[in-house]
Design a binder for this molecule. Structure first.
Ligand code: URP
Ligand code: ZN
Ligand code: ZN
Length: 467
């Protein structure tokens, strides 16, 4: 692979920014400094007027996932290509064992699928059932395969939901192994109750979805999970925080020294629950995900939490379906496949809403889109930094360029976008993934299989390094 010189941009990391050139060699950052000479045969990227950022890390994706009687629309090839087109160069995807399936067996299925990835990837493991075999296989997952984070569910009664007793056992097992537990925090018992009540009352359309999952249920479950983690002395990563109550609970816990890391999604910062009232079923159903989009007032609380440090990371929870797939729930909202896309749009939306509107500095943007996830999942400084020797994962963002986001022009493999028609200012014009120039001003050059697996180390007993 030829060297690359990224010339004339403003290099931004979580720690600061400066005018500098960047040389990438053999997949790594080889030099960062002013006025660097182009190595012989180097490819030149003109970054004049642009910001040069660590490539995005999306810590929350679902590619190729079989779920709710279907399979999500993006596989590891299309999903990671879309990621590259939006400046994301690392993803952490969730392996989802079927009920009773040994997690090591599920891992090997995911490894087969992920062999086509075009950007680097690591895995979390969904704890989709609990038992002796699951607990036993967690050890080789962590120590031999580098799967060092486990997601537990307090929601989806009759499916993924675990009892509090199982969660306690699972958190303790994570502590033993130095693995990081993650939590989907919604009260599944109350959701099941509200769903049956709503359907019995004839509320069967998509508007029933948020009604069955009010924000208090996320608040309660977040407090419960954080309390369990605090008492059991294990850190916790709270995925897809959407409700003010949840963000506040995380902020309070962090203030008293609990190692809890909260993640939110760009959608929760900008899209509100009115989408579920849309007269077009495809639009309303297209927004069905869990937790749901919230009433507008929650957005201010989430922004405030990002600014204050109560929330530390952003992911996408990329789990996209076509309109036809969502129509499985035309008769009853509980059958609408849960999930929305966004792997391609995260950096654009967050830059536009965060940096352009003065809510985030470019440095905080880097912390929220890559550096903090790298620390939380033990990939720092190989990922999320532009230090010499780090992987040459780079996004060059032109702050003056605009784009209108749309399903018609996206690379995500679906005919729907939650961002349809939204204009953003600040567009990723080049992406380098371990030194490969995978996105060159509209030209997607992602090669199937060029992404590498990222085994992650456990944290050890003190969990140092977590943000
Ligand atoms: O609705 C969602 N979020 N689907 C993906 C699975 C999950 O809970 O993250
Ligand atoms: Zn979840
Ligand atoms: Zn998810």
């Amino acid at each position: 692979m030829a060297d690359t010189l990224i010339r004339g941009g403003t290099v931004v990391t979580e720690a600061g920014r400066r005018r500098a050139d960047v040389i990438c060699r053999a997949g790594r950052i080889a030099a960062v400094g002013e006025g660097l000479d182009a190595p012989a045969g180097a490819e030149l990227i003109d970054a004049g007027g642009c910001f040069v950022l660590p490539g995005g890390i999306d810590p929350h994706t679902h590619l190729q996932l079989p779920t709710m009687g279907t399979v999500v629309a993006d596989d590891f090839l299309t999903g990671t290509a879309a990621a590259a087109a939006g400046g994301t160069t690392t993803i952490l995807d969730f392996v989802g064992p079927d009920r009773g399936e040994p997690p090591l067996q599920a891992l090997s299925r995911w490894q087969g699928w992920a062999a086509r990835a075009t950007v680097d990837y690591g895995f979390h493991m969904t704890v989709s059932w609990w038992g002796e075999r699951f607990a036993a296989e967690m050890e080789p997952l962590v120590r031999a395969h580098g799967v060092a984070s486990f997601k537990f569910f307090l929601a989806y009664k009759g499916g993924l939901m675990l009892s509090d007793a199982e969660i306690v056992a699972g958190f303790l097992r994570c502590r033993e192994l130095g693995a990081l537990p993650q939590i989907h925090a919604e009260n599944g018992e109350l959701i099941a109750h509200l769903q049956s009540e709503l359907v019995a009352r004839g509320v069967t359309g998509p508007r029933g979805h948020p009604l069955s999952r009010p924000p208090q249920l996320e608040g309660e479950a977040t407090v419960r999970a954080v309390t369990m983690a605090e008492i059991l002395e294990v850190p916790l990563y709270v995925v897809h925080v959407s409700a003010a109550q949840a963000a506040e609970a995380i902020g309070r816990a962090r203030q008293r020294g609990v190692k809890v890391v909260g993640e939110t999604l760009p959608g929760f910062l900008a899209i509100d629950a009115s989408v579920y009232e849309h007269p077009d079923f495809d639009v309303a159903a297209g927004h069905v995900m869990s937790p749901p989009y919230r009433p507008k007032e929650h957005q201010a609380a989430l922004w405030q939490a990002l600014e204050s440090g109560a929330l530390s990371t952003t992911g996408t929870d990329h789990c996209c379906f076509t309109k036809a797939q969502k129509r499985a729930g035309e008769a009853t909202f509980t059958h609408i496949p849960n999930g929305c896309g966004g792997i391609e749009d995260r950096l654009h939306v967050l830059w536009d809403l965060g940096v352009n509107r003065g809510r985030l500095t470019p440095e905080r943007f880097v912390a929220l889109t890559s550096a903090n996830a790298a620390r939380a999942f033990n990939l720092w400084p190989q990922k999320g930094s532009l230090e010499i020797g780090a992987d040459a994962d780079v996004a060059v963002l032109d702050p003056a360029r605009t784009r209108t986001l749309s399903a018609r022009t996206q690379h995500q493999n679906t005919d729907f976008s939650v961002w349809e028609g939204r204009e953003v200012r600040g567009v990723v014009v080049h992406t380098l993934a371990r030194g490969r120039h995978v996105w060159a001003d509209g030209d997607l050059r992602a090669e199937p299989g060029s992404g590498r697996y990222l085994p992650r180390k456990p944290f050890g007993p003190v969990y140092g390094g977590l943000i």
